[in-house]
Design a binder for this molecule. Structure first.
Ligand code: HEM
Length: 405
């Protein structure tokens, strides 16, 4: 966590250029999770400088494009079918719930947490509590109550998931040392990677526990948020042709995902604290030890970059050269999202030869499965916004499955 004494001086940056510069500035360090220290202290997202670089370098190895190809082709279709098929069978479900459940299997695999089917509901509950705890700074309810709930969830996570998963991986590493397994037989996940480097990185067990817990909640909440906003925008757009195209062509749905991500970043703001005076491109000097609020939502709607209709959902929008269609919703600079290609895919290249695998990303594939199963908003039960958060989170988004037209 930051070693600076807390100071109330705050500067908000909201133009696209200044927010992106700030994400890349080496003298601005992460500050959003100071209140969420119970679950976030010393996680990758909370580290700065060489500590961050060393850990990121290690964990990056798990996020190669070939690995994502394997996930998209083999693992994801199964995880999606398990989340969608039973609900399509009964004819109704909830988008937020489906997003969480489908991605949990995937993020647990990446994090290195083994989940028995009977414990999946518990893990989902725990991960949701971690998300609330991480963004405690935005919570509007009783904070002491929230922290007690987070501490309880951490204890349950430790006993039910972390310790058994760590024991299996320590055994696998001991087998490697004994020569009874080969390196390629080791699990390829964050927990195994951390256990293998525990001495080099000087990692106490509680930090490893928080790191894998962070992976679970970073993936779960943001994927559910992106899925819900994408389908909501698509259904509210008022163009049946677009819904039909998105159902037929994952590349069209992927454009909708990117546009919805631009308008509705899972983290509408990032926070940084200045470690030294920082000059902005508009000529302002941010004094040392200032809290700098990066308004990602405003930057993603900056009219000088996205045009006069920047507030409008337009999946056909032309994206300025050198920028991503999702704006800054996956961050930029050293903390740029490690799961970006996993969730957002790789932007489709219409000229690519047929044998090049196009990655559409978890959110688009999940949305596709739902549209193809005939999902539409439940006319009798409107979506609800989470009243306990200042952020625009859907707490529920009921859907029904009808025959796709
Ligand atoms: C639509 C989905 C997602 C969105 C919008 C998203 C967004 C972000 C953003 C904005 C950041 C940077 C925050 C900052 O600069 O303060 C970030 C970092 C991160 N995300 Fe994601 N994320 C998504 C999915 C995922 C998934 C699926 C995973 C894991 C498998 C993941 C893992 C991470 C990690 C580990 C970091 C920290 C990187 C670092 O500090 O070096 N994210 N994400």
């Amino acid at each position: 966590m930051t070693s600076c004494p807390i100071d109330r001086t705050t500067v908000t940056l909201s133009s696209f250029g200044e927010v992106r510069d700030a994400m890349r500035a080496k003298d601005l360090r992460q500050a959003l999770y100071d209140d969420g220290a119970l679950v976030m202290a010393n996680c990758l997202l909370d580290l700065h400088g060489s500590e961050h670089r060393d850990r990121r370098r290690l964990e990056n190895r798990l996020f190669r494009r070939e690995t994502f190809e394997d996930y998209e082709t083999n693992l994801l279709p199964r995880a999606i079918a398990e989340a969608v098929d039973p609900l399509a069978f009964v004819g109704r479900g909830d988008l937020v719930q489906i997003g969480y459940r489908a991605v949990m299997h995937l993020t647990a695999l990446i994090a290195g947490i083994d989940v028995a089917p009977a414990n999946a509901d518990r893990l989902e509950h725990i991960v949701k509590v971690f998300s609330k705890g991480a963004t405690a700074v935005h919570a509007t309810g009783d904070r002491a109550e929230l922290f007690a709930e987070v501490a309880e969830a951490l204890a349950e996570f430790n006993e039910l998931f972390f310790q058994p998963s760590a024991a299996r991986r320590r055994q696998a590493l001991a087998d490697l040392d004994a020569g009874t397994v080969t390196p390629s037989e080791l699990p390829r996940d964050v927990l195994t990677t951390l256990l293998q480097n525990v001495d080099a990185l000087d990692l106490p067990e509680e930090v490893m526990r928080r790191e894998v817990a962070f992976y679970l909640q970073a993936g779960g909440h943001s994927t559910a948020n992106a899925l819900t906003h994408t389908l909501n925008e698509l259904w509210s757009y008022g163009d049946a042709d677009l819904v039909g195209q998105a159902r037929r062509d994952p590349a069209v749905l992927q454009r909708c995902v990117h546009e919805a991500l631009r308008l509705h970043p899972a983290s509408p703001v990032a926070w940084r604290r200045s470690l030294a005076p920082v000059e902005t491109r508009s000529g302002m000097t941010i004094a040392e030890n200032t809290l700098v609020v990066l308004d990602i939502e405003a930057a993603n709607r900056d009219e000088s970059v996205w045009g006069a209709d920047s507030d409008r959902f337009d999946p056909y929008r032309s994206v300025p050269d050198g920028l991503h269609a999702w704006g800054l919703s996956f961050g930029a600079g050293t903390h740029a999202c490690i799961g970006m290609e996993l969730d957002g895919g790789v932007t489709s290249d219409p000229g690519a030869p047929g044998d090049v695998v196009q990655l559409h990303g978890t959110v688009a594939l999940l949305g596709l499965a739902l549209l193809r199963a005939g999902a539409t908003p439940d006319p009798e039960s409107p979506p609800e916004i989470d009243p306990r958060s200042e952020r625009l989170h859907y707490s529920r988004y009921p859907i029904v499955f009808t025959s796709p037209s």
